[in-house]
Write a protein that binds this ligand. Structure first.
Ligand code: HSE
Length: 311
């Protein structure tokens, strides 16, 4: 018998891992978004409640990432099942730590369990990307895949969809600093070039290969040397007050490396201990304050195994 309601959570994530635009992302242990789904008999997908960022989020299901993920799945499955969605936002919207993706991931994960669909992971990622599309104007999976699967995920290809879980040998802590700025992902994507010089591409793919090697072999200096971006950061960094000093301040406080989280405005740094990660957070928080930018600091272990979960 089908259950009539179900609750799920999906964690925040850091996309791009600095050098790997659109192809690499990792899940955080906290914060996470929470979704409760209930079947309804009116054959509609409805958002019945949003807490957290309710003023900034649409109640129409097709304009909401969680709603759209479910609409997409039901459409592909030729199902007219009605679903009511309650969305409890704990990840700040527009922060650059995969808030829209976590809602879509939690929703599709809950739908799969509620209707006993037994969907393969790739299919869930695919439907959740239709949700992500509502927020960022494009289907990218470098937040969705880690939020659903946990750990660090390489999105090798979108068509056909192929993702690879990268085992992280190192015990890494992530500092996220979210300055009080707004950067819309659609805009942050629209200002990027559509082609790049070969010399930049060579440096970039060298870094991606080095980063993955460093992660899997617990080589922190290789990870740090690889966390440079020649493509998006020079353009997006200008949108974040104080960004020019972020990397140096983080490294001076003991971080392994640092950069923009997803499309920003959050920045992140990796450290090899919680103590260092806290110190880095304090230093970056002070840096943003010098630039008259209030900010929120999160410190979380990289979430190696847990993506979306049914509670
Ligand atoms: N890879 C995406 C981007 C992530 O950088 O636009 C958005 O969070």
């Amino acid at each position: 018998m089908l259950r009539s309601s179900i609750k799920s959570i999906a964690p925040a994530s850091v996309a791009n891992f600095v050098c790997a635009f659109d192809v690499l992302g990792f899940a955080l242990a906290t914060p996470y978004d929470e979704v409760i789904l209930r079947t309804n008999s009116v054959k509609q997908v409805r958002i019945t409640k949003i807490t957290g960022d309710q003023n900034n989020l649409a109640l129409q299901a097709e304009k909401n990432t969680a709603g759209m993920a479910i609409i997409s799945a039901l459409k592909h499955l030729n199902s007219n099942q009605g679903i009511d969605i309650e969305l409890y936002k704990h990840i700040p919207l527009g922060s650059g730590i995969g808030s829209s993706a976590a809602s879509a991931a939690a929703a599709i994960f809950a739908l799969n369990a509620l209707l006993k669909l037994d969907l393969p992971m790739l299919q869930m990622i695919d439907y959740a990307m239709d949700g992500e599309n509502v927020a960022s104007g494009c289907r990218h999976a470098d937040n969705i895949a880690p939020s659903l699967m946990g750990g660090c995920i390489l999105v090798r290809s979108l068509d056909p969809l192929d993702v690879v879980s990268i085992p992280i040998a190192a015990n890494l802590y992530c500092t996220i600093v979210h300055p009080d700025l707004e950067i819309n992902t659609k805009y942050a994507r629209s200002i990027l070039p559509t082609s790049i010089p070969l010399a930049d591409a060579i440096k970039q793919w060298g870094n991606i290969a080095a980063l993955i090697t460093g992660l899997t072999t617990n080589n922190c200096s290789l990870i740090g040397n690889a966390m440079y971006d020649y493509i998006a950061e020079p353009i997006r960094g200008k949108l974040i007050k104080g960004f020019a000093q972020v990397r140096q301040v983080a490294l001076d406080s003991g971080a392994i490396g640092a950069g923009i989280s997803g499309s920003g405005p959050s920045v992140f740094a990796l450290s090899d201990s919680e103590e260092t990660a806290n110190k880095v957070g304090q230093a970056l928080g002070e840096l943003f304050l010098k630039h008259e930018c209030k900010n929120q600091i999160y410190v979380s272990q990289i979430n190696k195994n847990n993506g979306a979960k049914i509670l």
